[in-house]
Design a protein around this ligand. Structure first.
Ligand code: HEC
Length: 196
């Protein structure tokens, strides 16, 4: 029994040491644009869900999903989040395949986590991923508005989705916001890409 125990400890130490040496001496591929493998997917995703589930305080969203709050959330989203998470006009965001782990594409696959968990992630970001912590740059109200927008993204009233179309450069005609002109530049860039 003692022999078995010693053998087990030795084997475990060898595995840990080999792992450390691989990481320390550069055998890990540092590129962000390689495919996310199924082991990473199977371990990282459930681990993130469990960690957020454990930590996110059980707070209630203080806002009502009024058109005004959803439009304000949409604007915050369009300015700060769409490049990674996609928008109504670019469901597959510009950086969708350029991050490791990949950023979820919310228009292709609507966010289904509880609002307190999305709010917690927006506030604090996700370590070792491209997801920034927004607490320093967005107000509490803006973070709740964008949280509300995420949970209603699939079922927006025509007024809100129309405003989103315009802000994302989808329909060029009606009341373009200043944000929309920025998105236009992005548009042109991405339209140029296939021609290169
Ligand atoms: C630079 C790219 C980038 C930007 C900008 C960005 N995110 Fe993220 N976000 C990510 C990545 C990458 C992940 C996935 C991290 C992971 O799986 O470990 C993520 C994850 C999330 C999640 C968790 C989704 C889930 O189902 O697990 C939410 C919610 C989220 N982001 C909201 C936002 C909001 C809201 C904004 C804007 C205020 C934003 N993100 C801006 C890259 C970004």
């Amino acid at each position: 029994m003692r022999k078995f125990f010693l053998g087990f400890i030795t084997a475990a130490s060898v595995v840990v040491l080999a792992g450390f040496l691989c990481v320390r001496f550069g055998l890990m591929d540092p590129r962000a644009d390689i495919p996310v493998n199924s082991l990473e997917r199977r371990i990282a995703m459930p681990s993130l869900d469990a960690a957020v589930d454990r930590r996110a305080p059980e707070v209630q969203n203080p806002l009502q999903p009024t058109d005004a709050n959803l439009i304000a959330g949409m604007k915050t989203y369009q300015t700060n989040c769409a490049i990674c998470h996609g928008d109504i006009h670019h469901p597959h965001g510009m950086l969708a395949d350029s991050l490791h782990p990949r950023a979820p594409q919310f228009v292709e696959d609507a966010p289904d986590m509880p609002e307190n968990q999305n709010f917690y992630i927006i506030q604090h970001g996700i370590r070792l991923s491209g997801m920034p912590a927004w607490k320093q740059s967005l107000s509490e109200q803006e973070m709740w508005q964008v949280t509300t927008f995420l949970s209603h993204m699939e079922k927006l009233a025509p007024k809100v989705s129309g405003a989103w179309q315009a802000a994302s450069g989808g329909s060029s005609d009606e009341n373009k916001s200043p944000d929309a002109s920025k998105m236009d530049m992005k548009d042109k860039k991405s339209m140029n890409m296939p021609m290169k």
